[in-house]
Design a protein around this ligand. Structure first.
Ligand code: C2O
Length: 569
């Protein structure tokens, strides 16, 4: 270890020591045992991987400023990592978790301790496996409440509840992924959607089926934290006869926004206030898919839970009327009406100058099948996905972060382009099957960014194979959403639509289908940060890249060395 890195560790420790005394912050320490669990869903038994024997896994409840220590024991037969979705990981970059980006996997039988701090973030986040498709069942909530002496910036709720939406396969999700990757075809869809692990009443009845139930006291207001933990499905969420007031998304406070429907994509969270102000009865809460792709098969079922008023005599709950699966206007209205609560103590104004201007096309495509192989994708090729026509491949011998830290060459390149290689009519569906545009090379190409640069990215969806709303997730940062629209981004007219006053802050944004979004963030967190589509089907297809943010020259802006138990490949 170089003397300079020893110095950095010393400072980190001194810093934590100080905060723990000045801010009444706690250390929250727990263990995750990841192992087989036989679960009964859809009238059959299925062995799943689960944390501490439960689905969803344990909820981590902390206060802003606390330090979290999680000892992960991999007792599963699979390689495993855990990602703390939305946690900035300042000075704990080695704990971020995406396999082969941050770390090599924890091998079966191995363990690793994740340590990180939750300063400057409040609201609902979550944790999930970030290796193959394990996150289908290896996930749970991460709830960050105000520290002592601080309050929510809204009416104090009577009680709080968490709704994790998910997907269920009558199969091992890793097998589903592997079967698809073997031929390059699209994977099979989930057999059911779930509310807190249960498909609910719309599916076949068996005694083992359960329906999640939230009991409420008439007149009281609840803070409901909605998390989409599904792999591949965006959801509309409603409760019959009830309205919501959105107060936060992705652990960033919003101006109160009234709505009867929430759109939540994989990776996203939405905190709503719900007042039990209807006649005391039973009401279904329901999640139905938002599927914006054209001709892409999906499961059209809905999943339900029950909102039950105390002492009700009603026996059949009322169902909400759900939006159509392709109701893009409703999706767009929800996503564009959210604004940041600038009076929040975590708000910082949008940086007004830009150092790195990127225009990134992204969407589906194809990669070569390979000679002597038979492939199940379109035109007998492999299904693929890309950003600026780079289809991202993870390394296998060392993580990107470690290769950067140790200066190991040959693991990645830093030539990710700021523009697509070719200008075409990106969102014109007549290009969807244009073979000269569909093929995309497999590369591990990163974008290098100077510390503290302001990065602006126009995320431009393409119509290749199909237009689609992709939930784009950035690790290590929140970003401001300056504007969103349909069609091809127009650099002259669309710039005028930028909201510099109170743009929503997120870590995951569903970019409008066949459209674009402009995001901006300050790269003040050194490390290697994955940016990718949170539809798990698109990740192994290559819909991602990573930002390599260089050190800033002070100990607080320098990537520390990895911890002693850091997993080796
Ligand atoms: Cu929630 Cu890289 O993911």
């Amino acid at each position: 270890m170089a003397p300079s890195s020893l110095f950095a560790v010393g400072l980190v420790l001194a810093f934590c020591y100080l905060t723990s005394f000045t801010a009444s912050a706690d250390i929250v320490e727990t263990s995750f045992h990841v192992k087989n669990l036989t679960a009964n869903r859809l009238c059959q038994e299925q062995v799943i991987m689960a944390v501490n024997g439960s689905l969803p896994g344990p909820t981590l409840r902390v206060k802003e400023g606390d330090t979290v220590i999680v000892h992960v024991f991999n007792k599963s037969p699979y390689n495993l990592t855990i990602h703390w979705h939305g946690v900035f990981q300042r000075l704990t970059q080695w704990a971020d978790g995406p396999e082969f980006v941050t770390q090599c996997p924890i091998r079966p039988g191995g363990n690793y301790t994740y340590r990180f701090n939750l300063t400057g973030q409040e609201g609902t986040l979550w944790w999930h496996a970030h290796s193959q498709w394990l996150r289908a069942t290896v996930h749970g909530a991460l709830i960050i409440r105000p520290r002592d002496g601080q309050k929510y910036p809204f009416v104090k709720p009577f009680l709080e509840d968490t709704i994790m939406l998910g997907e269920w396969w009558n199969a091992d999700p890793n097998d589903v992924e592997n079967a698809a990757l073997a031929t390059g075809a699209a994977p099979v869809n989930a057999d059911a959607y779930t509310v807190n692990g249960w498909p609910g009443d719309t599916y076949n009845f068996c005694p083992s089926n359960k329906t999640y139930r939230l009991d409420v006291v008439p007149g009281q207001t609840y803070l409901v934290r909605i998390i989409n933990a599904a792999l591949n499905t965006q959801f509309f969420f409603k409760i019959a006869n009830h309205n919501f007031t959105v107060v936060a998304v992705d652990a960033a406070y919003t101006n109160p926004f009234q709505t009867d429907v929430v759109l939540v994509g994989p990776g996203q969270t939405t905190d709503v206030l719900l007042t039990a102000n209807q006649s005391p009865g039973l009401y279904y809460m329901a999640a139905s898919p938002y599927d914006s792709g054209i001709g892409i098969p999906f499961n059209a079922n809905i999943t339900t839970g029950i909102l039950a008023y105390q002492n009700t005599t009603q026996t059949t709950p009322t169902l909400p009327v759900m939006p159509a699966f392709n109701d893009t206007p409703t999706a767009f209205t929800f996503s564009t009406n959210l604004t940041a609560l600038v009076t929040s103590r975590f708000w910082s104004p949008v940086p007004r100058t830009v150092d790195e201007n990127m225009f990134i096309t992204f969407g589906l495509g194809l990669s070569a099948c390979g000679s002597n192989q038979t492939c199940g994708g379109i035109f007998q090729q492999r299904m693929a996905a890309s950003m600026n026509n780079n289809s991202f491949v993870l390394p296998t011998r060392m993580s990107l972060l470690e290769a950067y830290f140790r200066n190991v060459s040959g693991v990645y390149t830093t030539d990710f382009p700021d523009q697509p290689p070719m200008v075409f009519d990106y969102t014109n569906v007549s290009n969807s099957f244009n073979q000269s545009l569909l093929m995309t090379p497999k590369v591990t190409s990163l974008k290098k960014i100077k510390f503290n640069s302001t990065v602006q990215i126009v995320l431009q969806n393409t119509a290749l194979v199909s237009v689609e709303n992709h939930p784009m997730h950035l690790h290590g940062f929140n970003f401001y959403v300056l504007a969103q629209g349909f069609g091809n981004y127009d650099p002259i007219n669309d710039t005028r639509k930028f909201n510099f006053v109170n743009p929503q802050e997120r870590n995951t944004l569903g970019v409008p289908t066949g459209g674009w979004a402009v995001i901006r963030f300050r790269a003040d967190n050194p490390g290697v940060w994955f940016i990718h589509c949170h539809l798990e089907v698109h990740l192994p297809w290559g819909l991602g890249t990573a930002f390599l943010v260089e050190n800033g020259g002070t100990p607080e802006s320098t990537l520390p060395p990895p911890p002693a138990d850091f997993p080796q490949c």
